[in-house]
Write a protein that binds this ligand. Structure first.
Ligand code: SF4
Length: 222
């Protein structure tokens, strides 16, 4: 389920930036990073953009750097991932009921995409959401991802204020949940603690039954 052109060149600044990295970082992915995870998810997690030495190196979202540490550990703790870590693209990691993507598919300089790049890539995010089954819900990691999801629906940003653990109803009936981004900065400053993140994901799992555990007789979250 690839909802974008892997050779996309819509953003000149990002195309130039990736081009400048290919020689010094010849073993890095340095291209638009596709979504990863369950092809029939019940939760789509939307991050910001690939990190220089993480997804941009490995070619898989939140893989190979600090950004994925809390995310994958929490998914593993909830039975939604086969491994507690995500170190490289061929580590065999599987996600159960979860898919992970980014609002911007290419590495931006200083991890900061400009508005035109978020706008250019939003078409791909919109396609990804359109491809989802009706029961699939959305989790935005950070305000930029939150705004990108709203933009993909054509919703007014002022109608849905970003707030950690908030839930917003989208026009198609899906719920958009918000979380602070699980970045190194947010976790080290304890703006986002492991307990906060676990509690939010567990709450969503209770509502959505992400991995269909009760159907498999694997547990009761009540
Ligand atoms: S960020 Fe998105 S729109 Fe821009 S070049 Fe990369 S894939 Fe294309």
């Amino acid at each position: 389920m690839t909802c974008f052109n892997p050779e996309c060149q819509r953003c000149p600044r990002l195309v130039d930036f990736l081009g400048s990295l290919r020689k010094p970082y010849h073993d890095y992915f340095c291209a638009p990073v596709p979504a990863f995870g369950d092809v029939m998810p019940k939760l789509l997690i939307v991050g910001l953009a690939p990190g220089m030495h993480g997804a941009n190196r490995t070619g898989r979202p939140f893989t190979g750097d600090f950004a994925g540490v809390l995310l994958y550990q929490t998914l593993y703790d909830l039975g939604l991932a086969s491994l507690p870590t995500s170190k490289h693209a061929d580590d065999g990691l599987q996600l159960f009921g979860v898919r992970i993507t980014n609002a911007v598919k290419c590495l931006p300089p200083k991890n900061k995409p400009i508005a035109a790049e978020i706008h250019a890539c939003n078409d791909y995010l919109q396609q990804e959401i359109t491809c989802l089954a009706n029961e699939c819900q959305l989790l935005a990691l950070g305000k930029i991802a939150h705004d990108a999801v709203l933009k993909s629906y054509g919703e007014r940003l002022s109608a849905h204020v970003f707030s950690h653990a908030a839930a917003h109803t989208m026009p198609d009936g899906r719920t958009l949940f918000d979380s602070y981004h699980c970045s190194r900065y947010n976790t080290q400053t304890r703006r986002l603690t492991p307990t906060m993140f676990y509690d939010l994901l567990a709450h969503i799992d209770c509502l959505v039954n992400i991995n269909n555990k009760s159907m498999l007789g694997l547990g009761d979250k009540s």
